[in-house]
Design a protein around this ligand. Structure first.
Ligand SMILES: [Zn+2]
Length: 140
């Protein structure tokens, strides 16, 4: 039985985490060497991956979660069931505040799976709403 009312697609956390781990190979992180992969599961069952991209002007760097989200949005996807984020750090990489804001706007119902790339079997599960309660909203 689905946990979320609008859940359409079956959510296989291991599969999404594996996709995020695979997407991590695309990381462009020459400065920090901190490679992050993310994978979004759409409500139609598509999985769209992304990885972090760094700039010499550090503030221009973009996280894997936002790269995956921007790829998905610009490909016409609008409904997301889950996102996984993977990097080599103890406990896995928690999304930064900027990514939480974007996820709250475009994937508010999504589940969030977090894993250390050295231990993909241990997956922490959150919700976007739980990670960013009282998110900023602006009516169009
Ligand atoms: Zn981020």
């Amino acid at each position: 039985m689905p946990l979320w009312q609008n859940e359409i697609v079956k959510i296989d956390s291991k599969k999404i985490v594996a996709a995020a781990a695979a997407a991590r190979a695309g990381s462009v992180s020459p400065y920090s060497k901190f490679k992050v992969g993310a994978a979004l599961l759409t409500q139609t069952g598509e999985i769209i991956g992304g990885a972090n991209v760094e700039s010499a002007s550090y503030g221009l760097t973009c996280c894997a979660e936002r790269i995956a989200l921007f790829k998905a949005l610009t490909a016409g996807q609008k409904n997301f069931a889950a996102i996984a984020v993977v990097a080599r750090c103890d406990g896995g990489p928690m999304p930064c505040g900027a990514c939480r804001q974007l996820l709250a706007e475009y994937a508010p119902e999504a589940r969030v799976f977090i894993a250390d790339s050295d231990d993909l079997q241990t997956v922490k599960t959150f919700t976007v709403r739980g990670l960013l309660p009282h998110a900023f909203r602006l009516a169009p």
